[in-house]
Design a protein around this ligand. Structure first.
Ligand code: SF4
Length: 352
């Protein structure tokens, strides 16, 4: 049995043609899958019963099951979901004054092993399918209050999006398709730890925003905290950013998690201003969210402010991101760890 939600619009057109159906069937089914968010084939009530029966022989509509939701005091909502094979992933809804951003996971676990990340510490299970990626959006929509609307989607949760390139590109297709979820390309951000070939491909294949988790200014430090740097060192990464095609007013977002005495010196800040010269970018300074067993500590507010000032004086746009959801461990990969820790003591439904 195949999951119907694993098909993009063009793929459904191909599927319907292979089944000997008229092209309008693809429109109808696609509309039910992503726009009306049907959860079973029989819910597609304006499709002839005979055709539904035919579909049911080989297809089903699979989703993800929300195991628990937790709201932070700052309004951040995190939900942990169960996939069909028992893997668990997390997604986060982040409210801000003028936007409601959904942060989705792209893999169950992550193979890149960044040392400051709880997901990295728990290993890699597998890539998420299109149905699961879309399932995160559908699950989030189902939790919105009356009148609320997701305005932005960031691929910044568990996993490295560019390591699941094919499905991520198909997901972007469904996100931006007017008959799918209908988001503007400008409202979608792919965040990478620095997979240089993927960055180069993305620049050609999709006109979305790019964020790069940089977190260091020398190869020595970056390789220590982000082992992927040994494969794609900073020269290659910065080169890929310099040649990344930026349409309209788009910038590259440079994410920099401040780790006490590791990457937060004024010399680091000065090196960063030199490193990013010639790249149209804004810099997000992120306070580290310590988690149980973490080897690092958060930089002091004073150190973070001084670091930011050097960048500002260097002419960059700098934002110090509030560490949203800090009281419920919202940073990448941290919800699942907490869930599993608590679930070993409690029943799943009580764990949030
Ligand atoms: S920070 Fe992102 S890329 Fe690095 S280990 Fe965590 S999930 Fe993977």
């Amino acid at each position: 049995m195949k999951n119907l939600r694993d098909f993009t619009h063009p793929e459904l057109v191909g599927l319907m043609a292979a089944m000997g159906e008229k092209p309008y069937r693809a429109e109808q089914v696609y509309n039910w899958l992503f726009h009306r968010r049907a959860d079973r084939i029989d819910a597609m009530t304006d499709i002839a019963k005979s055709f539904r029966e035919r579909l049911k022989k080989d297809f089903y509509i699979g989703g993800i099951k929300i195991l628990g939701v937790k709201k932070s005091s700052d309004g951040t909502g995190k939900f942990l979901s169960l996939l069909e094979d028992g893997s668990k992933i997390e997604s986060v809804l982040i409210p801000e004054t003028d936007r409601l951003t959904l942060c989705v996971s792209t893999q169950a676990g992550c193979a890149l092993g960044c040392r400051f990340c709880m997901t990295g510490a728990s290993g890699f299970t597998r890539d998420l399918t299109l149905a699961e990626l879309a399932g995160e959006v559908i699950a989030a929509i189902s939790m919105l209050d009356e009148g609320e609307r997701i305005t932005n989607v960031v691929l910044m949760g568990m996993g490295e999006p560019l390591a699941n390139y094919g499905n991520v590109l198909r997901f972007i297709n469904v996100l931006t398709d007017g008959k799918g979820f209908g988001f503007s390309h400008n409202r979608i951000t792919v965040s990478t730890a620095g997979l240089v070939p993927g960055i180069r491909r993305l620049g050609i294949d999709a006109n979305v925003n790019l964020a790069v988790s940089l977190n260091a200014t020398t190869d020595g430090t970056r390789s220590r905290i982000m082992p992927i740097n040994r494969k794609y060192p900073m020269d290659d990464l910065i080169g890929a950013l310099k040649s990344y095609p930026l349409h309209g007013k788009k910038n590259i977002t440079i994410e920099y998690v401040l780790l006490k005495d590791v990457n937060d010196t004024l010399e680091d800040a000065r090196r960063l201003t030199r490193l990013l010269k010639g790249i149209r970018c804004k810099i997000n300074l992120i306070p580290f969210n310590p988690f149980p067993g973490a080897a690092y500590e958060r930089s002091s507010d004073e150190r973070a402010a001084a670091f930011g000032k050097v960048l500002l004086d260097g002419g960059y746009n700098v934002f110090t991101r509030q560490s949203k959801g800090a009281d419920i461990l919202a940073a990448c990969g941290q919800l699942r760890g907490r869930y599993e820790e608590e679930a070993s003591k409690e029943k799943p439904d009580d764990a949030f």
